[in-house]
Design a protein around this ligand. Structure first.
Ligand code: DLL
Length: 440
């Protein structure tokens, strides 16, 4: 295993404030956010209707009085209607990919960019990045927040950057081989792709210079982490964020890797029951609803992320006092309801990893041929398990089906496909294709 060791040094005082001080700061910043949001016609109209003024925000309990913001609200205010500052004050515009409809845009002032770099620096630092390191950034540089967000975070720490961007995977490997970066930054699925292409070039990814990695931008499981760590001999950290709020930098893991520290001095994160919109108990899963406390060009109030996770309020061994969020187990809009059972793609991923013989490349397809939903899980067989014998393949299929039933509680049609046949991701992997609601 890699010799990478992480200490518990902390970059900023705000990461280890006593709770009372942190909450006082949050209330002050919430009030300022409401004041900034007065400059957004969408919020202003709601504030007028509900009698909300900055002065009426006196405790964190007042958060409940503020309106939710949804993706639909962003679309209704396309392209930058939620931005209260004049165009002349904007320093950058990023956007979401728009895979589920019209894209959305997010503005940043100079101050926002500075703050964002610092937040990325904080979680990278918590996960071991120091000025002496070289980092390869294999996130796309463009409208997507991953590339530029992490880039400036690394720069803030002072480490050297190889801005490889995403794609051209064999070139990524040449860069790693020749420039010897210590760390990789990408989505977890792209890291697997890099490892696979390296092997096809007769390079054992475990022998490459990479010792640690910061992965984010998509759902992945603990099983996936173990797989990538074994395939690449590195230490992998998880970080979370979304463009509507800022991009990467909302939360990230420290050396303990026991949940992602929420950067609570900049974001108020609620965990709510997505149906009743009431808070769930600590440690219970719910939808994350995030308020950005310091964003100048986008004072987002109670953004419904659709991401399902839980929140751990226990102090962490690293000394940071911030709450930690669990992995995102799925998105409420990705949740499959199969004959009354709620299933997240992450449960299927977990189930597949429990059975030896398949590779970590899979695709879930959902259809409704009659009145009932049907799930087909296509998964690649590992070359050494691929067999012409029907009985071998049948028995592997049955083991996978049993594992899915045990973990996810549903019966899925398992389709074993030949190695290298499913599409590889260059960024965020597509894990689910939903054919329901489509004609033909
Ligand atoms: O993916 C921001 C980001 C870039 C985060 C790089 C981390 C690293 P969007 O493209 O707007 O922004 O997508 C945000 O991706 O709502 C989650 O559903 C998902 N997501 C992001 N990070 C994680 C993670 C960026 N660590 C959406 N685990 C979010 C699970 C994640 N899902």
């Amino acid at each position: 295993m890699t010799d990478f060791v992480v200490d518990n040094q902390i970059l900023d005082l705000e990461e280890r404030l006593p709770r009372a001080d942190l909450e006082a700061l949050q209330v002050k910043r919430l009030r300022e956010t409401v004041a900034r949001a007065m400059g957004v016609p969408f919020y202003k109209a709601i504030f007028k209707r509900d009698g909300i003024t900055p002065d009426s925000i006196n405790s964190l309990d007042d958060l409940k009085r503020l309106p939710f913001t949804t993706k639909a609200d962003m679309r209704d205010n396309y392209p930058l209607g939620l931005c209260p500052v004049p165009r002349s004050e904007l320093a950058r515009i990023h956007g979401s990919s728009g895979t589920t409809g019209k894209p959305t845009f997010v503005g940043y002032t100079r101050g926002d960019l500075k703050m964002w770099s610092r937040l990325c620096a904080r979680f990278l630092y918590a996960g071991g990045l120091r000025a002496c390191h070289t980092v390869q950034v294999s996130f796309g540089y463009g409208l997507f927040t991953g590339g530029f967000g992490l880039h400036y975070g690394i720069e803030e720490i002072g480490a050297a950057i190889v801005p490889a961007s995403s794609g051209n995977t064999s070139r990524q490997i040449t860069l790693i081989r020749d420039l010897q970066p210590d760390a990789l930054i990408s989505t977890p699925s792209y890291a697997l792709n890099i490892a696979e292409v390296a092997r096809s070039m007769d390079i054992d990814p475990r022998t490459l210079s990479l010792r640690f990695a910061h992965f984010g931008g998509e759902m992945w499981t603990e099983e996936m982490r173990r797989q990538i760590e074994a395939e690449m001999d590195l230490f992998a950290f998880n970080n979370y964020g979304l463009s509507e709020i800022i991009g990467p930098g909302v939360s990230g893991e420290c050396a303990a890797r026991a949940g992602m520290h929420i950067q609570e001095d900049h974001f108020l994160v609620e965990c709510l029951n997505p149906e009743t919109l009431e808070p769930v108990q600590d440690y219970e899963y719910g939808e994350l609803v995030i308020t950005a406390l310091t964003r100048e060009a986008m004072p987002m109030l109670r953004y419904r992320t659709r991401d399902i996770a839980s929140i751990d309020i226990c102090p962490c061994v690293c000394g940071r006092t911030t709450k930690r969020m669990s992995r995102v187990v799925g998105r409420s809009d990705d949740m499959l309801i199969i004959r009354g059972v709620n299933v997240f793609p992450s449960q299927i991923e977990e189930a597949l990893f429990k059975v030896d013989g398949t590779s970590p490349h899979y695709l879930i397809e959902v259809a409704r041929p009659g009145t009932l939903d049907q799930v087909t899980v296509k998964v690649e067989v590992r070359p050494e398990f691929f067999s012409d014998k029907m009985s071998d393949m049948q028995s592997l299929r049955e083991r996978l089906d049993r594992s899915i039933q045990a973990v996810a509680g549903i019966h899925a049609q398992v389709e074993l496909v030949a190695p290298q046949t499913l599409e590889r991701s260059m960024g965020k992997a597509v894990r689910v294709i939903d054919h329901r609601g489509k004609l033909g």
